[in-house]
Each structure stands twice: as C-alpha cells, then as structure tokens.
Design a protein around this ligand. Structure first.
Ligand SMILES: [Zn+2]
Length: 380
C-alpha cells in the first residue's frame, strides 16, 4: 500500500512505512512502552549520516519500567518517559526523548515522523473500516428502531393538531417567540389620575388626561422552538437513517484515507442531526405540556382572545360557560361546527430514543481500542 496521501516535502525519501501493505499495517503495533527491552538497542548514537526512522512511540509511565535514557542527550542516566524508538536500516535501534529527534536530525526527522503518523492514521482508518463492517447489522437494527420510534409520529400529529386548531393565534405566538424570546406580556393603557392630581397641586390648573401604558408579564412560553415550526422529525428521520445505511454500505468501496475520513465524518454528522431531531421531541413535549398551555391560556385571556382551558388531553377555547368555541366560517361569519378551537395535547409516550442514538454513535465510533494502535492516548 501505500499511503494514498503521500507525505509532502519528503523529497526522494521513501519511508519503510510506505512499503507496508494494509494487512501489515493492520498487524503493526505503533507503541512499545517498554522500549529498553527491545533487541538490538544501541547504547549511543552510531557514527554515520543515516537518519533512522520512527518505529514505535513510547510513554513509560504507561508501563512500570520507569524512565529511559535518551541517546541524543548522551546522559548516562535515565532521563525521560516519553519518546520514540528509532530504527536503522540494519535493524539496530536507539531511543530518543520526544523532542530530541528534531534537535538531532532536524527536517529529516520531521519527514519520518510524518510517515510514522500517516501509518498510524492508516491503521486507525482500516480498523475503523473493519469495525464498521463488523457492526453493520447491529447498526441497521438500531436505525430501524430509531425510525420506528412512536415519538416522531406523535410529534407530527400534535403539531398538525395545534397548527390546525390554533391557527388564529399562531401570529400572536410567533411575535412573542420571535420578538420577545417567549416572554408573554400584555400591554394595557390606563388613565393616570395621580399624575393629573399632581399637576393640579403644582399649577392649580386642570391637567389634560394623562395615559400610561404598562406591560404586564404573564409568563414565559416554554418549548419555543416548537412554535417556530420547520420540517417535522417524522420526515427528517427516515431520510437520515437511509443516508446512514447508504454510508455504512458504501464503505466497501472506499479505500483512500481521504474517502474514509470523509465518510466517517459524514456519519458523525448524521448522528448529530439525529440528536437534534430527538431534542425536538423533548421541546415539543415541553411546549404542549399542560403547564405551558395553562400559561398560554392565561396570556390569551389577558390579550382578550377568549377563555382557554386544558382538559382531558385537550387545549381548547370555551365561551365561559364551558362550551367549546368553533372557528367562524371565513365568508359567512357563522360558526363552523366542523372546526372547534381546540387541539390535542400529546399522549404519554416512550421517552426520546437517546440511548438508541448513542448506540449508533458508539457503533460508528467503533474502532479497536486505540491503545493497540498507538498514537492516540499518550499525548506525545
Ligand atoms: Zn534527549
């Protein structure tokens, strides 16, 4: 193989990592936290111009061997925990601390470090690819369950019911949501007789009527995002699950690092979108909760929009005597007996399938433990 993404700037240098096949890369360990135990370890930097390649990285704090000695620093005592095993073409090895390779070899070391990192990256991507192929069945099953979740349809029905039954107040709600961040206020104007009396006291002249407007805060509308509308989850979720399944099965044809990375990122993006849709279920529940509807009803009454009540899973307008009010016929102004001013509040239903979505996220994140791959955990 083959780094399809060739390390740039390395000139004619061909790293031994580039000569490895994918299956060799998959078998490679990039870490060795007990580097002093490796064979063919040189006690000091050898003579000659050869720049060795990075073979392993190590962090001896992850093992019990304690500090090791850097061959670049030429110290006689163990002096660091984190560094690299460098390998010469003849198989001999030296250890250098994490910053010492560059000090010793400069740019030539950087090229080799880049090849080493590219091999690690390749290994991770290959493992991820295999991992995904392994869990694909499980993934599809989880996606099917997400798609079948009853909450999406309950969202649709509740939204439809609210939008149809309450269409006459949607503008009002919209204004409160968009302009006042859900704060439900009522403005009322009153005649300020005290101010008028004060004018009399001071000037002995009758004041012109003084009016004031006061804003009364009724409450705050919860679940505001719900009232903004937008395409419902029950339309979005099937599309997302399908995109995820397509991605999971298209990985067979993906080989280049770049393509694999793009694919994994796309899958992660789909998970994010699923989480957003799941979040909307919670928002809807909050928006159409009994408590929120009671607040809304109080505000509507204060706005002289009639009497509202929550009862038996419905939010409805009544005439004060308890009788449901009907929408007026648009043309004749008569009550339209087909359209009561009411909406259904969502029935109790299973909580949002967060656990399922996280399961999908985990399946996608699935890679062999990075400790086996090296390069992720040590913070070198
Ligand atoms: Zn050193």
């Amino acid at each position: 193989m083959i780094f399809t993404n060739k390390v740039t700037g390395a000139g004619d240098f061909t790293s031994f990592w580039e000569t490895k096949t994918d299956s060799e890369i998959l078998k490679t360990n990039f870490r060795n936290d007990n580097p002093e135990a490796l064979p063919q370890l040189l006690a000091a930097l050898p003579e000659g111009a050869e720049v060795p390649e990075l073979e392993f990285e190590y962090d001896t704090r992850q093992s019990t061997v304690g500090m090791v000695r850097c061959r670049h620093c030429k110290k006689n005592a163990a002096n660091h925990n984190i560094g690299f095993v460098l390998r010469y073409q003849d198989g001999s090895r030296i250890l250098v601390g994490k910053n010492c390779g560059e000090k010793q070899y400069g740019q030539a070391f950087t090229y080799r470090a880049n090849h080493f990192r590219a091999a690690i990256k390749r290994s991770e991507l290959l493992r991820r690819k295999l991992g995904l192929m392994t869990v694909r069945k499980e993934l599809v099953a989880a996606l099917d369950e997400i798609k079948a979740y009853e909450g999406w349809m309950i969202y649709r029905d509740s939204k439809r019911s609210f939008w149809q039954g309450m269409h006459h107040i949607l503008d009002l709600i919209n204004t409160a949501v968009l302009k006042r961040d859900g704060v439900l206020t009522v403005e009322s104007t009153f005649r300020d007789t005290e101010a008028e009396a004060l004018v009399w006291t001071r000037t002995r002249k009758v004041s012109a009527p003084i009016y004031r407007t006061i804003s009364t805060n009724i409450g705050v509308l919860a679940g505001r995002e719900f009232f903004r509308g937008g395409e419902s989850p029950e339309r979005i979720i099937p599309a997302l699950t399908q995109r995820m399944i397509n991605a999971a099965f298209s990985i067979d044809e993906k080989d280049r690092n770049y393509d694999l990375e793009v694919l994994f990122r796309a899958m992660e993006g789909i998970v994010t979108e699923m989480r957003e849709q799941a979040h909307r279920i919670g928002v809807m529940k909050e928006a159409l909760s009994e408590a929120n509807m009671i607040t809304l009803g109080r505000w509507l009454k204060a706005e002289q929009q009639g009497n509202y009540r929550v009862k038996d899973g419905k939010f409805y307008r009544h005439d004060g005597a308890g009788n449901v009010v009907f929408h007026r016929h648009a043309v004749y102004g008569t009550a339209n007996r087909q359209n009561p001013v009411e909406c259904d509040l969502p029935p109790p239903f299973a909580p949002v399938p967060d656990a399922l979505i996280e399961q999908v996220a985990n399946l996608i994140r699935y890679t062999v433990d990075s400790a086996d791959v090296g390069g992720n955990k040590s913070g070198t």
